[in-house]
Design a binder for this molecule. Sequence first.
Ligand SMILES: Nc1ncnc2c1ncn2[C@@H]1O[C@H](COP(=O)(O)OP(=O)(O)OP(=O)(O)O)[C@@H](O)[C@H]1O
Length: 596
Amino acid sequence: MSEATRTRTGAVRRAAPWLVLLAAAAVLPPASGDPTITYLATTASIYVLVGTGLNIMFGYTGQVSLGQGALVAVGAYTTGVLMADHGWTFWAAAPAAVLVTTGAGTLMALPAFRLSSWYIALVTLGAAMAARSLLVEFEGLTGGWSGLVGIPRPAIGSRELGERDVLWLVIALNAVLFIMVRNIVDSRLGRGMMAVRDAPEMARSVGVGPVRAKLFAFACGGATAGLGGALLAVHHGLVTPDDFTLDFSILFLLVVIIGGAARLAGPIIGTLLFFALPELLTGLAEWRGLLYGAALLALMVYAPQGVAGAWDKLRARHRRDGPPVAAARTGDGGAEVGPPRGAPLGVELSGVRKSFGGVHALRGVDLTIEPGEVHAIVGPNGSGKTTLLNVISRLLWQDEGRVLLGAEDVSRATAERLARRGVARVFQTPRLLGASSLRDNVLLGAYARERAGGPATVLRLPRARRERAALAAEADRLLGAHGLAGRADEAAAALPHGEQRLLEVARAMMARPRLLLMDEPAAGLTPRELEALGRLIRAIRDAGTTVVLVEHHIELVADVADVVTVLDRGEPVTSGAPEDALGDARVVELYLGAPA
Ligand SMILES: Nc1ncnc2c1ncn2[C@@H]1O[C@H](COP(=O)(O)OP(=O)(O)OP(=O)(O)O)[C@@H](O)[C@H]1O
C-alpha cells in the first residue's frame, strides 16, 4: 500500500466514529417521530457547540470561566432584538451576535492577564450575575422579566426552517467547529495554548505570547457562546432572564470537566451525560441532584480527566498489553541536530544587577560569551546562575545594567522576542506538555519559525499542511538523534526523568537556535545518559550554536566547555579555559572550603 493510500485509510478510520455519531444525531431524533426528542437533540447540540468553545478556553488554555452562560444570553438577546424588533434575518443577526460576544469575551479576558485561574473564575461568575441583572434592568430593550417573544425561525428565501432543519443546521455548525478545533489543537496555535496552560515560562521561551494566546482563547469562547445564544433564541422562539440562571452558566464548565477537558470529544460526552441522558430519564427526576453529585464525586476521584480522558487511558493500557511496539532506540544522541537558522549569537552583559527584595541575586555582572563557544557557568547553590540565565533569556528583567545579544541591545526585550531571534532554553526541571506526545512537544520548539498564519492553520490549507508534514518529519528525526526514535506518539509524562531532559533538548533544537541556554541538564541523568549529553552538547556547538551551560556536574563541564565562568554570591569570581578556571585557588576554596 502506498504512503498516500495508507494516510488516507488512516484518516477515514479516524473519522468513521465521528461520521457515525453525526449521522445518528441528524437522523435518529427526527426518525423517532417525537418532536420533543428532536427539540432536546437541538438543545443538546447547541450546548455541545458552547462547550466546545469553552473547551478551547478551559481545557486547552487553562482559563476557567463561569460566565459562558452570560455570553450565551448576550448572543440570544442580541439575536432576539435584531430579529424580533428590527426585522433582521437570522443570517445577519447571528454574525452580529457573534461579533458582540467575541468582543465581550475578549473584555472578560482582560483580568486573565493579571489574575490566577481561580480569581478569573470569580470575575467571570460576577460577570454572569451582573449580566442577568442587566437583562432585567434594561427593560425597554430586553422586555425585563417577560423577555422577548416572537423570535422567528431562520428562513431561506420565503421558506422558514422547520424543527428538523434547525437540528441539521446546528449539527452542521458543530461539525465545522469540530474540524476547526481539531486543526487548531494540532497546530502551533494549539500547542502554544497548551504551553501557556502547563508551563507559562516555557511558553514564552519558545516564543508564545501569553497575552495573545489567552485573547485568542477567550475570543473563541465568546464567539461560540454568541453563536450558541443566537441558535437558542431561534430554537426556543423566545428568550427570558430565567433561561440564563447561574446554574446555566456553571452547566457548561461541568459539561467540559465531566466529558474530559482538553479532549475533542469531551463536550459531546459531557452534554450526553449531563444534559441529554437525565432529560430522557425523567422518571429519575427526584433523584437527579443526588445522582449528579455522586457521579461528579466519583469522576473527580477515579477519572479526574473526565470520561474521554478515562477512555483514552484505558485504550493506552490495552495497547501496552498487546504485542510490544518495535521501538528503535538509537540512544546515541549526537550527529543529526541540524544547523542553526543563522550565525551563532554572542552575549554581553555589563553591570547587570538583580535583587529579590533584600536578596541580591546578581551584584553587577560583566560577562562576555563569544559566538560559537560552549560557555559554562558554575558556582555554589544560590550563587545566581539561574537568575543569570533568566536575565539573558529575558524571563527576568535586570534592575540595572545592559544586555546585548549579538550587536542588539535587548535590555528591554521580551522572552518571546528573543525566541524569534533564535534563543532557546532548557529548564532546570523539564517543562513539557505532559499529556501531549513526544512529537508534539518537539514541534512546540518550532513555534517561532513556523510561517503558516491563523486562517491557513484553522482551515488546514495546503500551505499549512505541507509545513506541518515537513516539521513533523524533522521532529521525528530529532527524536531519533536524542535517543527517542520510534516513540513519537508516546505521552511525554510517561517518560523517565532522564528521557524527559533529552526531550527538552530536542524541543530546544527544533528551534534551530543560534544560542542555547541550558540550566543543569545533567541533573538526575544516568552515566550512559550523561555520556550521550556530552556528545550532544559538542554536536550542537559543532553545528554552529552558542551554548551557555549552567551545571554542577564538574566532569561534564571540564569535558565540553570552551570557557568556564565561576559565580559566587552574584558576582563572577573568575573566567577562562576549564583547566584554569576550575583549578583557580579561589574556586577550589569555594567548592571544598578554605584549607584548615
Ligand atoms: N523569584 C525569586 N524570589 C526570591 N528570591 C529568589 C528568586 N529567584 C532566586 N532567588 C534568590 O536569589 C538567589 C540566587 O538564586 P538562583 O536560583 O539564581 O541561584 P543558583 O545559583 O541558580 O542556585 P542553584 O544552583 O541552587 O540552582 C538565591 O538566594 C535565591 O533564593
